[in-house]
Design a binder for this molecule. Structure first.
Ligand code: HEM
Ligand SMILES: [Cu+2]
Length: 574
C-alpha cells in the first residue's frame, strides 16, 4: 500500500500531517463552524424571546427555535469539532497515517446527512419541536429520530477510524513509549463516545420505530433514564475532549509538560469509571428510583468524576506555571500568570475556558447535583445557566482557542483579523459568563426554563415573579447578545481566514515510504504536545496554582453552604 502515504511537516511547529487526515480534519472543522453559525443565529431569537421586554417570537416558533438551537449547538457543532480533534490526536500527534480515510469520509457524510435530516424535521416539516431531549411520549416526526441516528452512526464510525489509527500507529511504530497525554485524553473521550452512542441507540431506535407506528408505546420513565445515560455521557465526552485541548494548548503555547503523567492519566481514567453513575443527577425527581440509589450515585460516586475535573483544573495551570517559572518568571506567586501571553487568543481562550468551566460550571454542577439542593433549582433557568458555563465557556471556547492555532498550522492561512482574534475570547467569554450568572440568578428566583412567557398572561392560575427576576432576564439577554457578538467575531475570522486568508507557503506533501516512517521532529511544539513525559510530580513547583485552588475551594464551600441555608428557608421544618 504505497498510496495514501503523503505527509508534510509543518516547519514552525514540527507537527506531521497526513494528507487524507488533514482534509478530513478540515472538512469536520468547517462543518462544525457551519452548525455553530446556524445555532448562533437561533440563539439570537431564543435570547430575544426570553427577554420579557422584547418577547420576539410566538410560542410555537420559540419552541421550534429552541429545539434547533440546542441540537445544532450541543450535538452538531460540538461533535463535528470533536471528530477533527480525534483525527488530530491520532494521526497528527502520532505521526501516523489515518486508518481507512474512505470510511472516515463515509462517516463525515453520514453525519452531514443526519444533521440535515434532523433540521429538515424541525424547521422544514415544522412538526418536531420536541426539544433536544425529545422526551417521549412527546413525539416528533420519524425523520427527526432518523437524522439523529444517522449522525450517531457516522460519529461511531469516526471513533472506530480513530481507534484504527491508534492500531496502525502502534504496528507501524510511529511513536515510542506510551501515547502522549493529549492522545490519551482523546482515547478517553472516544471510549466514552462508544458507550454514549450505544445508549443513544438503545433509546432512539425504539423511539424511531414508535414514531413509525411499529411500536405502540414508549415508557416515559424508561425513556428518561436511558436518554440520560446517553445525554450525560455525551457531556463527559465533551469534558474529556476539551481537557485534552487544554493540555494541548499548554504544550503549544508554553511547551508545558504535565506535572505528573500518572496523575493526569489516572484522572482521565476516573471519567471512564464513574461517569455513568453521575447521570443519576438528571433523575433526581423521577419516581421509580429509590432515594438511596439517587443519593449514593450523586453524592458519593459522582464526586469521583468531579475529582477528576478538579485534578485537571489544577494540573493544567500547574504545568503552565512550572513552564513559566523555568523561563524565569519566578517573582512572587503570580508573575508567571501576569506575564502570560494574554493577547494570544490560543492562550486567553483556553484560560478563560478553564476558569469559567471550573468556577461557574463546576461549582454550580455540584450544587445542583445534590439531591436536596436540586429541589431549589430543578427545571429552572438555573439549569441552562449551569450548562452554558460547561459546554459553552468550557467546551466551545476551548475549541475556539484551538482554532486559532489550527488556522496557520492545519489550514496554512494567516489569521485574517488579528485584532478581532485578540479580543474574541474576552467578548465571548465575558458575555457567556454573564449569560451563565444571570440565568442562574433568574433560576434561583424560580424562573422556569423553556418557558415562553413567564408572565403567564391569560392563564387561569396566574403567578407573578418578583421584579428582580425580570431584571435578571434582561441582563441575561444583554449578556447573550454580547456573547453572540463574540461568536460572530470567531466565525468572521475563521471563515475569512480559511477561505480568503493569505496562504502560508510551507513545504508540501511528499511521499514517505512506509518502512522509513516520518523523521522525528525536533521542533518544541511537536515535542511538547506529541510525546510521553515520564517522571514529574514531587516538589511543589506551582505555588501560585495552589493558591488559586484554595480560592476555588473557599468559593465552593461558601456557595454550597449558602444553598443549604437557602434550602432551609424555603423548606421550613415544622
Ligand atoms: C452564543 C451564545 C449563546 C446564547 C446567548 C445562548 C442562550 C441560550 C438560552 C437563553 C437558552 C435557554 C432557553 C430556555 O430554557 O428558555 C439556551 C438553551 C440551550 N443552549 Fe444556548 N446559547 C448560546 C450558545 C450555546 C452553545 C455554544 C451551546 C452548546 C455548545 C448551547 C446549548 C444550549 C442547549 C443544549 C440549550 C437547551 C435547549 C433545550 O432546553 O432543549 N448554547 N441557550
Ligand atoms: Cu449530567
Amino acid at each position: 500500500m504505497a498510496t495514501n502515504r503523503m505527509f508534510r511537516t509543518c516547519p514552525s511547529t514540527g507537527l506531521v500531517f497526513h494528507q487524507p487526515a488533514e482534509r478530513l480534519m478540515m472538512a469536520n472543522a468547517v462543518a462544525a463552524a457551519v452548525f455553530l453559525l446556524f445555532g448562533g443565529i437561533l440563539a439570537i431569537m431564543v435570547v430575544l424571546t426570553r427577554w420579557p421586554a422584547v418577547h420576539l417570537l410566538a410560542a410555537d416558533r420559540f419552541y421550534q427555535v429552541l429545539t434547533g438551537h440546542g441540537i445544532n449547538m450541543l450535538i452538531f457543532w460540538v461533535i463535528f469539532f470533536e471528530i477533527a480533534v480525534l483525527y488530530f490526536c491520532s494521526s497528527t500527534l502520532l505521526k501516523s497515517r489515518l486508518a481507512t480515510p474512505g470510511l472516515a469520509w463515509a462517516a463525515f457524510w453520514l453525519m452531514v446527512i443526519g444533521a440535515l435530516i434532523n433540521n429538515y424535521a424541525v424547521f422544514w416539516r415544522d412538526d418536531s419541536s420536541v426539544m433536544m431531549t425529545s422526551y417521549a411520549p412527546m413525539g416528533a416526526h420519524w425523520s427527526f429520530y432518523l437524522g439523529l441516528i444517522l449522525f450517531a452512526v457516522g460519529a461511531l464510525v469516526a471513533c472506530f477510524v480513530f481507534f484504527g489509527t491508534l492500531v496502525v500507529a502502534k504496528s507501524e511504530r510511529t511513536y515510542v513509549g506510551s501515547v502522549p497525554l493529549v492522545t490519551f485524553g482523546a482515547i478517553t473521550a472516544a471510549i466514552i463516545a462508544v458507550f454514549t452512542i450505544a445508549s443513544g441507540a438503545i433509546i432512539l431506535i425504539p423511539t424511531f420505530l414508535w414514531s413509525l407506528g411499529l411500536i405502540s408505546h414508549i415508557d416515559p420513565l424508561m425513556y428518561h433514564t436511558i436518554w440520560w445515560a446517553f445525554g450525560h455521557s455525551s457531556q463527559q465526552i465533551n469534558v474529556a475532549a476539551h481537557i485534552a485541548v487544554w493540555y494541548a494548548i499548554a504544550a503549544i503555547v508554553f511547551g508545558a509538560k504535565p506535572l505528573s503523567e500518572r496523575v493526569s492519566r489516572s484522572a482521565f481514567l476516573l471519567y471512564i469509571l464513574f461517569l455513568q453513575l453521575a447521570s443519576a443527577h438528571h433523575l433526581l425527581v423521577d419516581p421509580g428510583l429509590s432515594e438511596t440509589w439517587k443519593i449514593f450515585n450523586t453524592s458519593y460516586a459522582m464526586y469521583l468524576a468531579v475529582l477528576a475535573s478538579m485534578v485537571h483544573g489544577l494540573t493544567v495551570p500547574g504545568a503552565i506555571e512550572a513552564a513559566q517559572r523555568e523561563k524565569g518568571y519566578t517573582h512572587g506567586l503570580f508573575e508567571w500568570l501576569r506575564k502570560a501571553p494574554w493577547g494570544n487568543p490560543v492562550f486567553s481562550g483556553m484560560f478563560i475556558s478553564l476558569v469559567g468551566f471550573g468556577f461557574l460550571g463546576g461549582i454550580s454542577g455540584v450544587m445542583m447535583g445534590t439531591l436536596q439542593l436540586n429541589t431549589l433549582i430543578h427545571n429552572t433557568l438555573y439549569v441552562p445557566g449551569h450548562f452554558h458555563a460547561t459546554v459553552v465557556i468550557g467546551t466551545s471556547l476551548a475549541f475556539m482557542a484551538l482554532t486559532y492555532f489550527l488556522i496557520p498550522t492545519l489550514f496554512r492561512r494567516e489569521v485574517m483579523f488579528p485584532t478581532i482574534a485578540k479580543w474574541q475570547p474576552y467578548v465571548f467569554g465575558l458575555g457567556m459568563t454573564g449569560v451563565a450568572l444571570f440565568l442562574m440568578a433568574a433560576g434561583t428566583l424560580g424562573v422556569p426554563r423553556r418557558d415562553w412567557d413567564i408572565t403567564g398572561a391569560g392563564n387561569a392560575f396566574p403567578y407573578s415573579f418578583p421584579g428582580s427576576a425580570f431584571l435578571m432576564l434582561g441582563l441575561a439577554a444583554i449578556s447573550g447578545l454580547i456573547a453572540i457578538t463574540g461568536g460572530a467575531m470567531y466565525l468572521l475570522n475563521t471563515v475569512g481566514s480559511v477561505f480568503f486568508g493569505k496562504r502560508i507557503q510551507t513545504p508540501d506533501f511528499q511521499h514517505v515510504r512506509a518502512a522509513e516512517g516520518v523523521a522525528p521532529s525536533p521542533k518544541p511544539v511537536a515535542a511538547a504536545i506529541g510525546s510521553y513525559h515520564p517522571g514529574g510530580g514531587g516538589a511543589l513547583v506551582a505555588p501560585g496554582t495552589f493558591i488559586l485552588a484554595l480560592v476555588f475551594l473557599v468559593s465552593f464551600v461558601l456557595y454550597y453552604f449558602i444553598n443549604w441555608k437557602y434550602l432551609a428557608t424555603v423548606w421550613p421544618m415544622r
